[in-house]
Design a protein around this ligand. Structure first.
Ligand code: SF4
Ligand code: SF4
Ligand code: SF4
Ligand code: FES
Length: 374
């Protein structure tokens, strides 16, 4: 069987496995940023660079296949210096103001002061505390205090009702384009074309004629470049919110959600990665459509119509007894075909099955239909 040696430890591997795969199987940490396992996207940022004996350049562990006999170092002085250098460049190229937060505003560079006056930018970076660039920069001890970027032009898309696209915090990793294309199959973001030196002008600007507003790109973004507007300014730090796992209430697919909850309010919704059936993906309703739970018009009790047409609140027992009595009365007086049922496409398969069983086996009628049939 083929094997490699990583940091002095030998490990066998299967054909097709990358250096990163083998390192992870050994419990060896290699930082990544652009790498997105669910689409296989990577090979852009080079944060994962490792040294391979006999090679004249570092290889990106996320995408370089393991080869028999490779001798790999993931934490050599050259690798560490390279990581630091890449992270320094990424931080210096954007408006990564989280690192300036502790400085008094009179010490902020001009770009930061100007940015503070822009309407959507008065809030701290909403990704702070869950940003992978920030985490890696700290983990790798990159000195950032003196990394003052040149004031530059960054595209800003603040028109969307639910998503802010602030490319001053974009590291051009291409993860958003990858998920939009490979997972949502919308191709609303032009494909990322590799290392930024090859073409300077790529920004993940969205074609809204193709976008379904699902927010998959927001969840995939490792920085504060793409953010859910509802969460903006609410500091969705992972250590400051409760994460509540639940099932999407909208339809019978049963997508798994992680709700970020602060002060008993939902401030952000994400799909649960690696959980069936959605594997982290959501549609626009599941991700952004949660305001209804706070609506004062929301029905919280069954209502029974009075003789005069007005409604009164009832208990579930009372409401269900009344429904059962009305069904029995109608069937007794007019036969089973006098009743009919329409099941709901939003309900789960099991509930729809039970509904048709109730009508066919209990009420003895085939008057059962489903709103999705039309
Ligand atoms: S995107 Fe990340 S690194 Fe940049 S300001 Fe926000 S938290 Fe900091
Ligand atoms: S919201 Fe969805 S469809 Fe629109 S750009 Fe993002 S991933 Fe693509
Ligand atoms: S917007 Fe986010 S996901 Fe897209 S390229 Fe920029 S940093 Fe990467
Ligand atoms: S994580 Fe491997 S190149 Fe970005």
């Amino acid at each position: 069987m083929s094997s490699v040696t990583i940091n002095g430890t030998q490990a066998s591997f299967q054909p097709g496995q990358t250096i990163l795969d083998v390192a992870e199987s050994l419990g060896i940490y290699i930082p990544t940023l652009c790498w997105l396992p669910k689409t296989g996207h990577g090979k852009v940022c080079r944060i994962c660079s490792v040294e391979v004996k006999g090679r004249d350049r570092l290889l990106p562990a996320c995408s370089a296949p393991a080869e028999d006999g490779m001798v790999i170092e993931t934490d050599s002085p050259l690798v560490r210096a390279t990581r630091k250098s890449i992270l320094s460049l990424l931080v210096a190229e954007g408006r990564h103001d989280c690192f300036l937060r502790k400085l008094p505003p009179d010490l902020w560079p001009p770009y930061q002061k100007a940015a503070g006056d822009m309407p959507h930018r008065e809030h701290p970076c909403p990704a702070e505390g869950k940003c992978q660039l920030q985490a890696l920069t700290m983990k790798c001890n990159v000195p950032v205090k003196d990394l003052v970027p040149e004031p530059g032009h960054f595209p800003l898309d603040d028109e969307h009702p639910m998503i802010t696209r602030d490319f001053s915090r974009c590291v051009q990793c291409g993860r958003c384009a990858s998920v939009c294309s490979a997972i949502q199959v919308n191709d609303a973001i032009p494909p990322q074309f590799g290392r930024r030196a090859e073409k300077e002008s790529w920004w993940p600007v969205v074609d809204y004629t193709r976008c379904t507003h699902c927010g998959e790109c927001v969840q995939a973004c490792p920085t504060g470049a793409l953010t859910a507007k509802k969460a903006y300014g609410l500091a969705v730090r992972e250590d400051k919110v409760d994460t509540v796992r639940t099932t999407c209430p909208y339809c019978g697919v049963g997508c798994q959600l992680n709700l970020s909850v602060k002060d008993d309010r939902i401030i952000e919704v994400n799909g649960v990665e690696n959980a069936s059936p959605n594997k982290g993906s959501l549609c626009v309703k599941g991700r952004f459509g949660y305001d209804f739970i706070y609506s004062k018009e929301r029905l919280t009790d069954p209502l029974i119509r009075r003789q005069d047409g007005s409604f009164r609140k009832a208990s579930w027992d009372e409401a269900l007894d009344l429904i059962a009595a009305k069904f029995s009365e109608t069937i007794e007086n007019h036969g089973p075909d006098a009743v009919a049922g329409v099941a709901c496409a939003r309900s789960i398969n099991e509930d729809n099955y039970q509904m048709q069983k109730l009508f066919r086996a209990v009420f003895k009628t085939n008057n059962i239909d489903h709103c999705a049939r039309t």
